[in-house]
Design a protein around this ligand. Structure first.
Ligand SMILES: Nc1ncnc2c1ncn2[C@@H]1O[C@H](COP(=O)(O)OP(=O)(O)O)[C@@H](O)[C@H]1O
Ligand SMILES: [Mg+2]
Length: 236
């Protein structure tokens, strides 16, 4: 066993008590932020809330990659849809959901890999905050960890911990153990892991004011617009 004073800075950071951070303390103004966690834990809601906060505070726009046209009315008018990564608008918070990317790729039989390096360089050139929602623990590879500016964890599961790469396991272990301490619903909580500055802590967030439960399901509707007359969704 490693002696206590031989511990790495990361090991020490993982042992410290988590900070309590506001969204603006935790999340960089631009760059690439990876949002992970089990389905239904609130990844999309968190991404939408950050987009709304940045619109209010920095007057940035918003965009969601592959958001279906017929659900457009569920989003405020300042949120755009984009059909490819290079069409994501400048000066905006852009939500890139890997599940959407995969669904879209299946539709066109193309590869589904998102090039993080490309996203990171685009975000710098175009003054974007890119929120990459990552669903699969197998995607928790080293490039996601090293190339992104920040990791935001929604509650993972023991399966995430068990099947991911050994380099990432101590982080997920810590995150899971912290989530086990949460009393009540874990959905309003995200665990912030900034590995560049070794800043770890909690972020509490509310649903965006424009939230509609149907926004949760949009990924599943990709590719279903054609073939039958698309039923438009009206705001209730
Ligand atoms: N901060 C929050 N407070 C209360 N409920 C939330 C919050 N975030 C998410 N939820 C609820 O959790 C459910 C799943 O959210 P969603 O963002 O679609 O999850 P995911 O994208 O991880 O599958 C939704 O019913 C949503 O209303
Ligand atoms: Mg989602």
């Amino acid at each position: 066993m490693r002696r206590k004073n031989n511990r790495t800075p990361l090991e020490k950071a993982l042992d410290r008590r988590p900070l309590t951070l506001t969204m603006h303390q935790a999340v960089p103004r631009t760059g690439v932020v990876v949002i992970m966690g089990f389905r239904g834990e609130g990844k999309t809601a968190l991404a939408c809330r950050i987009m709304q906060e940045w619109q209010k505070r920095y007057k940035m726009g918003g965009a969601i990659l592959y958001f279906p046209q017929r659900m457009r009315k569920l989003l405020p008018s300042w949120v755009k849809r984009a059909d490819s990564i290079d069409k994501l608008p400048k000066d905006s918070v852009c939500i890139v959901d890997e599940a959407a990317q995969e669904a879209h790729a299946r539709r066109f039989q193309a590869g589904a890999n998102i090039d993080l390096e490309e996203l990171a360089s685009l975000s710098r050139q175009r003054n974007q905050l890119i929120l990459l929602v990552s669903h699969h623990s197998r995607k928790l590879d080293v490039s996601l960890i090293t190339d992104s500016d920040l990791l935001l964890y929604k509650k993972p599961t023991e399966a995430h911990y068990l099947f991911e790469r050994s380099e990432v396991q101590p982080i997920t272990r810590k995150v899971l153990d912290e989530f086990y301490k949460v009393k009540g619903s874990t959905k309003p909580w995200a665990y912030v892991v900034d590995l560049h500055h070794l800043k770890l802590g909690w972020l509490k967030f509310r649903l965006p004011t424009f939230w509609d439960e149907r926004i949760s399901t949009w990924v599943g509707l990709i590719g279903k617009e054609k073939g039958r007359k698309a039923k438009k969704i009206e705001r209730r």
